[in-house]
Design a protein around this ligand. Structure first.
Ligand SMILES: NC(=O)C1=CN([C@@H]2O[C@H](COP(=O)(O)OP(=O)(O)OC[C@H]3O[C@@H](n4cnc5c(N)ncnc54)[C@H](O)[C@@H]3O)[C@@H](O)[C@H]2O)C=CC1
Ligand SMILES: O=C(CO)COP(=O)(O)O
Length: 345
């Protein structure tokens, strides 16, 4: 594939480095390769990089999926980053700052940094694109976000999905859109980076809430109510932070929320279900082998809400259950007995 814009040198394929060889890093690396990019995955572990290079399979995450020939792996950040047009970050949100500080000196000049992460940093309440700009010292125009209803296990099976590619600079968004567009993966562009990132981070928290309700056996009316009111509180926060409210009725908002809240493949939903069934936090953490971002980000989302003076009762309830040991039944009673109010306020 030649580069999708005239600004880039012609004559070689688009190159992408993907830092993080877990579920989404591996799956998105496959999407990029299927779209014609040359992809280098960065892995923490040599055995995993070796396995990918020799068997074309990531045995830890997708043992039944053969990765395209144009995907290779390395543990050397400089080798992964070399000459990359896109540098994709797919690690747990709370580890981004430290990791990126180490990788920053190796980044290819002019590379576009792409966040796949759906979290908010604890302590600073910063979105991932803000952390990237700060640590890599790049302008917002060189930072993009890919988000939407993209459960990695379905993507590696090449099942159809749409997504959002967001960047303040629409030309950059279009370049990335072209670099990851395949017959099964349909990316739309958006310039509302704030809204797209908030949609992804808060849906994990609402996914936990819906999971808890499912685990408690509260039924589908409760689920529909939580999804809708969850979207309402996400939109309230977004408005306070300057996002476009329409973003939340799109793929980064409603689309992702519906997929997460209805799928047993969602780690956040499953985490919540286990809590709702009566497992303790420690037991639930022990059986969750992958990243469930909402568990940490519920606190940073609530922090953001307080900084912007926004009421987020479902997020507050999730923090109460997950981090303050509040029994789900007590939390439910509190949520249901809040003062009556109009729907749109
Ligand atoms: N799995 C999915 O379906 C989707 C995940 N995401 C987001 O992508 C991000 C990554 O999630 P997944 O790939 O699913 O997680 P994962 O748990 O499957 O993989 C995380 C990867 O990061 C690495 N890692 C863990 N701790 C690290 C550290 N301290 N330093 C460096 N590397 C570390 C792991 O070795 C692994 O390669 C999250 O923010 C998640 O919300 C977004 C869309 C879909
Ligand atoms: O973000 C996701 C789908 O788009 C994945 O959700 P989980 O992290 O809850 O598995």
């Amino acid at each position: 594939m030649t580069r999708p814009d005239t600004a880039a040198p012609a004559g070689r394929p688009v190159k992408a480095a993907v830092f993080g060889t877990g579920s989404w890093g591996t799956a998105f690396g496959m999407v990029l390769a299927d779209a014609g990019c040359e992809v280098t995955l960065w892995s923490r572990r040599q055995e995993l990089a070796d396995a990918i290079n020799t068997t074309r399979v990531n045995p830890d995450y997708f043992p039944d999926t053969r990765l395209p020939e144009s995907v290779r792996a390395t543990t050397d950040p400089a080798e992964a980053a070399h000459d990359a047009d896109f540098t994709v970050l797919a690690i747990p949100s709370q580890t981004l700052r430290g990791n990126l500080a180490a990788w920053a000196p190796e980044l290819a000049p002019g590379t576009v940094l792409v966040s796949l992460m759906k979290g908010v940093e604890l302590g600073t309440a910063k979105r991932m694109s803000e952390v990237i700009q700060e640590v890599a010292e790049v302008p917002g125009e060189r930072v993009a976000v890919v988000t939407g209803p993209n459960l990695a296990k379905e993507i590696v099976a090449r099942m159809p999905a749409a997504a959002v590619v967001a960047c303040r600079d629409e030309t950059v968004a279009r370049r990335l859109q072209a670099a990851c567009h395949t017959p099964y993966f349909r990316p739309y562009t958006n310039t509302d980076v704030v809204g797209c990132e908030l949609g992804g981070a808060v849906k994990n928290v609402i996914g936990l809430a819906v999971g808890i309700a499912d685990g408690m056996g509260l039924g589908d009316n409760a689920k529909g109510s939580l999804i809708t009111r969850g979207l309402a509180e996400t939109t309230r926060l977004g408005l306070a932070m300057g996002a476009d409210p329409l973003t939340f009725s799109g793929l980064a908002g409603l689309g992702d929320l519906v997929a997460t809240c209805s799928s047993p493949l969602s780690r956040n939903h499953t985490f919540g279900t286990n809590l709702g069934r009566g497992m303790t936090l420690q037991e639930t953490i022990a059986v969750t082998r992958q990243t469930a971002e909402g568990v940490k980000s519920c606190e940073s989302v609530l922090d953001l809400a307080r900084r912007h003076d926004v009421d987020m009762p479902i997020t507050e309830t999730v923090v109460g259950i997950v981090h303050e040991g509040k029994p789900p039944m007590v939390a439910l009673k509190e949520l249901m007995s809040r003062a009556a109010k109009p729907e749109r306020r």
